[in-house]
Design a binder for this molecule. Structure first.
Ligand SMILES: [Zn+2]
Ligand SMILES: [Zn+2]
Length: 139
C-alpha cells in the first residue's frame, strides 16, 4: 500500500524515509490542501515522537522534487497539494475551502512549443462555493 509512494521517491532518486512516505500519503488521502502545520499535527497524532523539523524538511524536499506543490491562493500561508496532473484551484472567500478545478491551461501548449520545461501551472479562482451559495439561499 506504500508502494505507490516508495516508487515516487525512487523515481526521483530520493532516500526513502518513513516521514516522506507519510507526508505523501497524507496529502494523497487528504485533498484539502493543508498547511505544513496541519500536516505535522495530524501525523504527530499517530507518531508522537515526530519532530516538526523532520516534517518541514520532508515537505521541502518533496516540493523541490515536484512530488507535491505549494499553492499561495489564500495569500497568507502556503498550502500543500499532492501533485497529480496540473490543476487549478478555487478558493471560497466565505468558508475558505480550496477546491480542485480540472481545467487545462490554454496557454500551456504555446509554452511547450517555446521549449521550456514547464513544471507548474497555477490558476487561482476566487468566489463563493456551491455549498455557501446554497446556505445563503436558505437564510
Ligand atoms: Zn464556501
Ligand atoms: Zn489541488
Amino acid at each position: 500500500m506504500f508502494e505507490k509512494y516508495v516508487n515516487l521517491l525512487k523515481e526521483k532518486q530520493l532516500k526513502i524515509t518513513p516521514q516522506r512516505i507519510e507526508v505523501l500519503q497524507y496529502l494523497d488521502k487528504h485533498r484539502t490542501h493543508p498547511t505544513v502545520d496541519e500536516i505535522y499535527s495530524e501525523l504527530k497524532e499517530k507518531n508522537p515522537s515526530l519532530s516538526k523539523t523532520t516534517v518541514y524538511n520532508s515537505v521541502e524536499i518533496l516540493e523541490k522534487n515536484v512530488l507535491i506543490q505549494s499553492i499561495t491562493i489564500s495569500g497568507s500561508e502556503l498550502r500543500y497539494d499532492f501533485k497529480e496532473g496540473m490543476h487549478h484551484h478555487f478558493l471560497c472567500k466565505q468558508c475558505g475551502e480550496i477546491i480542485d478545478i480540472d481545467v487545462t491551461c490554454p496557454n500551456l501548449g504555446n509554452m511547450l512549443e517555446c521549449g521550456h520545461d514547464v513544471q507548474e501551472v497555477h490558476g487561482y479562482f476566487k468566489g463563493i462555493c456551491k455549498k455557501c451559495l446554497k446556505k445563503g439561499e436558505n437564510l
